[in-house]
Design a protein around this ligand. Structure first.
Ligand code: WQD
Length: 337
């Protein structure tokens, strides 16, 4: 029996595959390489020693995805596959609704048909929207401010409704805060297409000389230093949280949401200084206007994941900065040779 990991060649997916294999799970990866590269599979074999069954499939392609369900005895699905760029989703909402929502419907229809009714879903803290006050708890009302976030909120609803229709389903909806860092080996890490949207990959590209300086989006937020505060979590902590969530869904029915964060908030300037201190590098930066749609403060209440999954983050912001830099320094062009 095996765990199907959709988007398993991606940043969080690949780190989760490493943890799954270390826990002796059999893994099958589907990925369409829209935000990842074949080299990731080579790196995964290097780290785990395993040839992981892989299918280059877009989850909207029901015929191709059906082949995966035909060829493998699956226990459960960890569902990462989906477009994830907030700005792009505002410019191209139909691309996001079609790929993320229709793709998930195809996946869930096949899960139903092949009696695979256990899912760990890659959701996002973005579903807490702009009306809740941090620290965010899982029972807070959800709202979104961009189509990417809306797809996450809708997929949570799809899964809730499917459970109400068939209570053999079990699901963990994992609301990630801000994943950064990389596997200690430095052989897998975050490799954004084009100009990074997110803070840490931009910082590491400045550090490696690929970008001239970091633009700090606003310094007039109601935070301790005026810059945006976020809950950064090491991607390996996040991956380990998926293993705990998988164990949970294997032994229960029902649907539960869990915050995967550290419960601590760091500002943009905090992260810059932590990165500079941890790695003895300088990050040239300048304060510019706010980025539309950003909120001032986001960090998790992590009580539920600790109590119900027996999971909590362990890596420090310094660990995250050090591991992000090791990945970027040893892979200046990401997975491009
Ligand atoms: C973090 C902070 C920015 C870049 C988004 C999505 C979330 C998830 C993670 C997908 C903010 C500031 C950033 C830069 C900056 N995405 N910043 N200069 O916006 O909290 O979350 O990415 O899974 O769903 O909403 O992350 O890294 O973009 O920004 O000053 O060049 O860094 O304003 O305060 P965000 P981020």
């Amino acid at each position: 029996m095996a765990i199907l990991v959709t988007g398993g060649a991606g940043y969080i997916g690949s780190h989760t595959v490493v943890e799954l294999i270390e826990k002796n799970y059999d893994v099958v990866i589907v990925d369409d390489y829209s935000n990842s590269k074949p080299e990731v599979l080579t790196r995964l074999k290097e780290i785990t020693g395993k040839d992981i069954p892989f299918h280059e499939v877009n989850i909207c392609d029901k015929k191709a995805l059906r082949e995966v369900f035909e060829q493998h005895e699956l226990d459960a699905v960890i569902h990462f596959a989906g477009y994830k760029a907030v700005g792009e989703s505002v410019a191209q909402p139909l691309k996001y609704y079609s790929n993320n929502l229709y793709g998930t419907i195809v996946l869930m229809e096949l899960m139903n048909e092949y009696n695979v009714k256990k899912i760990v879903f890659s959701s996002s803290a973005t579903v807490y929207g702009m009306t809740n006050e941090a620290p965010f708890t899982e029972d807070m009302p959800l709202s979104t401010t961009n189509p990417y976030g809306t797809t996450k909120m809708f997929i949570e609803q799809f899964i809730q409704d499917q459970y109400l229709a068939d209570n053999q389903w079990s699901a963990a909806l994992l609301r990630y805060f801000n994943p950064i860092g990389a596997h200690a080996s430095g052989r897998i890490g975050e490799d954004p297409n084009d100009i990074p949207n997110n803070l840490m990959p931009y910082i590491t590209q400045v550090a490696v000389g690929k970008r001239e300086k970091l633009s700090v989006f606003g310094s007039d937020y109601d935070t301790h230093d005026g810059t945006g505060v976020r809950d950064y979590i090491h991607v390996v902590d996040l991956a380990k949280g998926h293993i705990k969530a998988l164990e949970k869904v294997m032994g229960m029915t029902g649907v539960e949401a869990y915050n995967l964060g550290t419960g601590k908030g760091y500002s943009v300037l905090d992260v810059i200084h932590a990165f500079e201190n941890a790695n003895e590098v300088e990050i040239p930066h300048e304060i510019v206007d706010r980025r539309p749609g950003d909120i001032a403060t986001s960090y998790a209440d992590v009580t539920k994941a600790k109590n119900e999954l027996g999971w909590e983050a362990t890596y420090s912001i310094e660990d995250m900065c050090r591991d992000s830099w090791k990945w970027q320094k040893t892979n200046p062009n990401g997975y491009e040779s």
